[in-house]
Structures are given as structure tokens and as C-alpha cells.
Write a protein that binds this ligand. Structure first.
Ligand SMILES: Nc1ncnc2c1ncn2[C@@H]1O[C@H](COP(=O)(O)OP(=O)(O)OP(=O)(O)O)[C@@H](O)[C@H]1O
Ligand SMILES: [Mg+2]
Length: 254
């Protein structure tokens, strides 16, 4: 994949599977957003092919594609002069031209508002929200679309701890309901806890792909991030805990 004159992705093969959460991780500039945009068919690869339901993405008419995949871009600079509920309802736009497509609108909007916990400010202007509140509304809009392929670029970047967990639980629920979810994350702990599979990108290539317990190792992560990292088992659950190695003075009083 070239952007301008730069080769940004090469030899990348990933598959989003129904029923699975796939996390894309890797350093800044590794190509995660580019890959997500290619999977969304928002960017056309200069070589290779993106298939949606087995059919090359560029053969899908745009309205049909919008029913099949929903995309949350990274740091979407949305400045809608609309209320929160109106913004969420925009996610229903692709359904307007379907026969009977509007029937689920109210349900879908209500469910998305509840899932992202934005109901308390549903009637407020989107522009008057905090950064994290906006991020949750942007996600609600994408969820309201009820597409079977969800492509989320750093949906948790602006969120507090509770809402990071909430968003990843929503991803798991959507996967359990049969959707395919691809989510870009910087928090490796979240990826390890919630993703069925992880793809680690480095400099436009897949450095590793598989279940987090197998590929999240000290060696791989330290090398990919150029930062010493240690991986150890959670004392209670045995799940993967990941921490940068820090050379700090012991805490006072400890
Ligand atoms: N429009 C563009 N033209 C040229 N190069 C681009 C363009 N957009 C992105 N790039 C370059 O492509 C590479 C991959 O960018 P991308 O946005 O996919 O990274 P990323 O993994 O999502 O990073 P981040 O964690 O910072 O979001 C980067 O080196 C970036 O500078
Ligand atoms: Mg990005």
C-alpha cells in the first residue's frame, strides 16, 4: 500500500472473522490506521485485494458496503452542530433506502446509547461534550449502524478506565453475536484481555499474529516497541500482564 510516494504497508494479510475480536497493535506509524482504512475499503490498495464477504471491496456499491461494515476513524474531528442523539441516529443513514430499513432505527439508537453510556447527555449538543464523551458518542454512532463488520481505530484512546473496559466488552458482545470486530489498540493489556487474536504491526508489516498469550512475549514486544517490556502471568487469573521495564527508585515508604 502506497500513500503518496511512501510504501506504508507491504505483504500484509489479515482476515477479520465473524465471531472474533482482532486487535491491531504496534508503534506509532506502523500502519494500523492505514490497514484499517484498507479493510474498510476507504483506501484502495496499490497492490493486492481487500475482500468483504469474499467479494473484492471495490466491486461493492457504496450503499451496500455501508450496510456491511461500520468504521470508527482515529480521532475523528467531528464538530456536529447536532445533539448527541442526532449524531447517533446518523449511524442509521445507510438503512434509509432499504425496504423496511428504518424499522430498527429507534431500537438501534437506544441500544447504542445504552451500550456506550451516553444517555445522560443524549439531549445535549455534541460540541459541548468532553473529549471522552465525544469519543463514546462517535462509537455509539458506529454501533447504531449495526453492520456485521466493525472497524474501530483506537476507540479507547480518550476513555477512562471504566469506559475502556466497557468498550472492549461491547466488542466481545458484538463478536459473540456473530459480528467481526477489528480494533486498533495501544493498550496491550486491553488487547491481551479481550482480543481473540492480535496482529502486531511493525513498519508496515505483520511482525506477529496469533492468540495474545502466545505472541505477547518480552522479546517480541521489547523489539517491536524499542522499549524493554516484561510480560508476566496475572497472579489470580493467569492472564497476560504487560508492563514496560522501569528503572525507578523504590517508592518512598515501601
Ligand atoms: N496520507 C499519507 N501520505 C503519506 N504517508 C502517510 C499518509 N498517512 C499516513 N502516512 C504514513 O504512513 C505510515 C503509517 O501511518 P498510520 O496512520 O497507518 O500509522 P498508525 O500505525 O495508525 O500510527 P498511530 O499509532 O500513530 O495512529 C506512517 O509512517 C505515516 O507517516
Ligand atoms: Mg493510527
Amino acid at each position: 500500500m502506497r500513500l503518496g510516494s511512501r510504501e506504508v504497508l507491504a505483504d500484509v494479510g489479515v482476515t477479520a472473522r465473524a465471531g472474533e475480536v482482532l486487535a491491531l497493535v504496534g508503534p506509532n506509524g506502523a500502519g494500523k490506521s492505514t490497514l484499517l482504512a484498507a479493510l474498510a475499503a476507504d483506501l484502495r490498495p496499490t497492490a493486492g485485494v481487500v475482500r468483504v464477504h469474499g467479494r473484492p471491496a471495490d466491486e461493492w456499491p457504496a450503499p451496500d458496503l455501508a450496510l456491511r461494515r461500520a468504521v470508527l476513524p482515529q480521532a475523528a474531528a467531528l464538530s456536529f452542530p447536532f445533539t448527541v442523539e442526532e449524531v447517533v441516529r446518523m449511524g442509521r443513514a445507510p438503512w434509509a433506502r432499504q425496504p423496511g430499513g428504518g424499522d430498527e432505527d429507534d431500537d438501534a439508537v437506544r441500544e447504542a446509547i445504552a451500550a456506550t453510556e451516553v444517555g445522560a447527555f443524549a439531549a445535549r449538543p455534541f460540541s459541548a461534550l468532553s473529549g471522552g464523551e465525544r469519543a463514546r458518542v462517535a462509537l455509539a454512532r458506529v454501533l447504531a449502524q449495526r453492520a456485521p463488520l466493525l472497524l474501530l481505530d483506537e476507540p479507547t484512546a480518550a476513555l477512562d478506565l471504566r469506559h475502556q473496559e466497557l468498550v472492549l466488552r461491547v466488542c466481545r458482545e458484538r463478536a459473540r453475536a456473530g459480528d467481526a470486530v477489528v480494533v486498533v489498540l495501544h493498550d496491550l493489556g486491553l488487547a491481551a484481555a479481550y482480543a481473540h487474536r492480535v496482529a502486531v504491526l511493525r513498519a508496515g508489516r505483520i511482525a506477529a499474529e496469533g492468540v495474545p498469550e502466545e505472541i505477547f512475549t518480552d522479546g517480541l514486544l521489547s523489539e517491536v516497541y524499542r522499549q524493554p517490556v516484561e510480560v508476566f502471568p496475572h497472579p489470580r487469573t493467569g492472564g497476560v500482564l504487560i508492563s514496560p521495564k522501569r528503572d525507578l527508585e523504590p517508592h518512598l515508604g515501601s
